[in-house]
Design a protein around this ligand. Structure first.
Ligand SMILES: Cc1ncc(COP(=O)(O)O)c(C=O)c1O
Length: 352
């Protein structure tokens, strides 16, 4: 019985042809594929503009630079996320301030985020964790306090909130194309998008040494550009994303467990997480049935050693402490067959 992995990278003849087209063009960087990938992605998610880059982490760093966030500034982030959400803030010399998560949807808790606003706060990074849209209250809070709303949409290709796709919900959004994500590029990759026309031009410059058309570097940036082969593969994957996300939704709807989905939103099911009182037992049961599963974020970000000097290092964010170690990710990817789903459900049903 073959194992059922948590993610299966997709490629086909069309991806291969796109990669070869980019290679044989002789133009491996700064070419038409990256430009078109950005345009097509912006068009797909409803953003004003999008620029592909090295990775989701690079996109988050670029978002900080784009919004002039730096030393002395604070940015509110959820305590339960991939560490890059927080370290992007630290890398520009600003301070991440950790807010707790919601008990039901597991995204940043808007009330806790609001309580952490100070005169130094510049932005809130909402993470659409596992593909679940963050609360629309974040938009109101940011508007009321004059803050930027940044979407960490690394796990949210296809997520919608009030009919708007991730990438066009906040002021700036950051996507990852890491191989396990809902779409990928055959290597590392990311995308930064904006809904603010005035930011579009600088967004492009920041991932290219802060250079303008006359090749003068007018602000601090570096080389965070995507390669042409990756962009060409990304364009093919983008043409499949709606179908893949519906397959994820269909798979999720057949699981013998139902996580809570926010009203007026559509989940993109990057991960399907089961909240388990005994995560090790569940992982072992799944393992015995040949199914991969894992806890993604057992340790809240503020408790990672990189933040040992942070004022919140020793502070508990109660929902993060309680929920994060109990969330077991199980396979939900588009390559699952109905037999796979039956096998997953039998293993889930063994739960006490
Ligand atoms: C929520 C979140 N933010 C940021 C990132 C960073 O993306 P990348 O691995 O492409 O740098 C990831 C990727 O795992 C992620 O899941």
């Amino acid at each position: 019985m073959p194992r059922i992995p948590l993610a299966v990278p997709f490629w086909d003849k069309e991806c291969e042809a796109a990669a070869i087209r980019a290679l044989s063009s002789g133009r491996w960087v700064k070419g038409p594929e990256a430009k078109k990938f950005g345009e097509e992605f912006a068009n797909w998610c409803g953003a004003v503009a999008a620029v592909p880059c090295h990775s989701g982490s690079a996109a988050l760093w670029a978002a900080m630079r784009l919004l002039n966030i730096g030393p002395g500034d604070e940015v509110i982030v959820p305590g339960m996320t991939f560490i890059a959400t927080a370290t992007a803030v630290s890398l520009v010399g600003a301070t991440p301030v950790f807010a707790d998560i919601e008990s039901d949807y597991w995204c940043i808790c808007p009330d806790d985020a609001e309580s952490k606003i100070t005169e130094k706060t510049k932005a809130i990074i909402g993470v659409h964790i596992f593909g679940q849209a963050f609360s629309s209250k974040l938009r109101d809070i940011c508007d009321n306090h004059g803050l930027w709303l940044i979407e960490d949409a690394a796990q949210a290709h296809g997520t919608t909130l009030n009919g708007v796709r991730a990438g066009a919900i906040g002021d700036v959004a950051c996507f990852s194309f890491f191989p396990s994500k809902n779409m990928a590029v055959g290597g590392e990759g990311g995308m930064i998008t904006t809904t603010i026309p005035d930011l579009a031009e600088r967004m492009e410059m920041i991932v290219n040494h802060g250079r303008n058309d006359t090749l003068e570097s007018v602000e601090l940036g570096t080389n965070m550009r995507i390669g042409e082969v990756s962009a060409a593969i990304g364009r093919v994957q983008l043409s499949h994303i709606d179908k893949w996300v519906s397959q994820r939704r269909n798979n999720a709807s057949h699981m013998a467990y139902t996580p809570t989905i926010r009203d007026n939103s559509e989940h993109a099911w990057h991960q399907f997480c089961v909240l388990s009182d005994n995560p090790s037992l569940l992982i072992n049961q799944l393992d015995d049935a040949g199914i991969d599963a894992r806890v993604h974020y057992p340790l809240p970000c503020n408790k990672h050693r990189v933040y040992s000097d942070h004022p919140q290092y020793k502070i508990d964010l109660p929902n993060c402490e309680e929920i994060a170690p109990k969330l077991v990710s199980i396979p939900v990817h588009p390559s699952l067959t109905s037999e796979d789903i039956m096998r997953i459900n039998s293993a889930l049903n063994l739960q006490s």
